[in-house]
Design a protein around this ligand. Structure first.
Ligand SMILES: NC(=O)c1ccc[n+]([C@@H]2O[C@H](COP(=O)([O-])OP(=O)(O)OC[C@H]3O[C@@H](n4cnc5c(N)ncnc54)[C@H](O)[C@@H]3O)[C@@H](O)[C@H]2O)c1
Length: 342
């Protein structure tokens, strides 16, 4: 591979601005061109980030000019765009949600695997500094084998102005934020099978759910609860913090507001604050999410170069998306659904 990998960013919408700023910080790679089927959007980001602007992803990907593609479009476009990249042997990082249902996720992963083209799902929450720190505490053995956890994302941020498409999305909250929490649950507790879920549509006029409560049974015997809502009113609003607790046989980690971990172990309690890094292009309240984007991208580039596979490869992500699928089917049927049987 060349010293500096040249990437194409496809999808010049709301979240892509964070991607483009973040790519400018990545060691060994950068964005060499942008693409959007909407010419005005493509040209605007091309001008802002001083790179050429394409409108046709097929033409851009077959040009031979790119070492990887960053797909930052919404989920219903991912199968077609990843296939275009695979056909041109261009490695892919693609935003979550990977695809709207598990069958589509599997088709995308299988198509890429058959061609031997690496694909990573951009799942940034596990790359937040606070969750890397929690992972290190768990690996140290301080709180022992895990028995219980709760990961909670409850706020009333106005997601509807920046992402108006969510109003019409039938699978909304579990795919939009639940998927981050399910990935975190796997990152912290390991794989899970049985899933039970209730969903709610609280805000009038939505095609899908804006709240969900999910119960998981993990392979190590731990139980976890993932609860997500865009209809929870708290002042000040805790967006975009993930709160909750993680219990082990020897202790507990509470994740409380302000990036604070309260660690209970050895008969004592201590506090650690894990603040996200502010950057010239980040701004409150988004900093925690924005700061995780370059961390996710650097992982993609480092592993792409090393050829060692991504933490959230397409293949690995199938386990996360099977949990999401099981959650929807549980909510529809009122039954516990084993994600491994889907
Ligand atoms: N990981 C996170 O923290 C995070 C946060 C926000 C959004 N997201 C995700 O990012 C993705 C993008 O969200 P957004 O709000 O920026 O969407 P958006 O609708 O604002 O932007 C998507 C852009 O993609 C373009 N596009 C669609 N199909 C295309 C094609 N075939 N070729 C070229 N351009 C095409 C559209 O014209 C649009 O400009 C979503 O999947 C969303 O869930 C992730």
């Amino acid at each position: 591979m060349t010293a500096h990998l040249k990437g194409l960013l496809v999808g010049c919408g709301f979240f892509a601005r964070n991607h483009l700023h973040a790519w400018s910080e990545i060691d060994g790679a950068g964005i060499a061109a942008v693409c959007d089927r909407d010419a005005a959007r493509s040209q605007a980001y091309g001008a802002d980030f001083s790179v050429p602007a394409w409108q046709d992803a097929a033409a851009a990907l077959s040009s031979g000019a790119f070492d990887f593609v960053d797909i930052c479009t919404t989920m219903e476009t991912h199968e077609e765009l990843v296939a275009l990249a695979v056909d041109n042997r261009v490695p892919v990082i693609v935003q979550k949600p990977f695809a709207p249902d598990i069958d589509t996720c599997r088709r995308i992963a299988a198509y890429a695997a058959a061609a031997g083209v690496p694909v990573m799902v951009h799942e940034n929450f596990r790359f937040q500094k606070i969750f890397r720190r929690i992972r290190a505490i768990l690996d140290s053995g301080e709180i022992g084998d895990l028995t219980f956890g709760r990961l909670s994302w409850r706020n009333a941020v106005d997601v509807y102005t920046n992402q108006p498409y969510v109003v019409e999305t039938r699978r909304f909250m579990i795919m939009d934020v639940g998927i981050h929490m399910l990935d975190l649950a796997r990152f912290l507790f390991g794989d899970a099978g049985d899933v039970s879920c209730f969903t709610q549509s609280v805000r009038p006029g939505l095609a899908g759910e804006d709240a969900a409560t999910i119960l998981l049974r993990h392979d190590n015997g731990a139980t976890s609860i993932v609860d997500v809502s865009y209809a929870a009113h708290r002042y000040p609003d805790p967006f975009p913090q993930t709160l909750g607790e993680i219990e082990g046989r020897l202790g507990t980690i509470e994740i409380v507001e302000g990036g604070v971990l309260v660690i209970h172990s050895d008969g004592k309690q201590r506090r650690e604050t894990v603040a996200a890094d502010e950057r010239s292009w980040t701004s409150s309240p988004w900093t925690q999410i924005q700061d995780s984007v370059p961390r996710t991208q650097q992982h993609f580039i480092d592993r792409l170069r090393a050829g060692t596979g991504f933490e959230t490869s397409a293949e690995d992500s199938l386990k996360t998306y099977a949990l999401a699928e099981a959650a929807y089917r549980s909510a529809e049927s009122g039954r516990v659904v084993d994600a491994r049987t889907l």
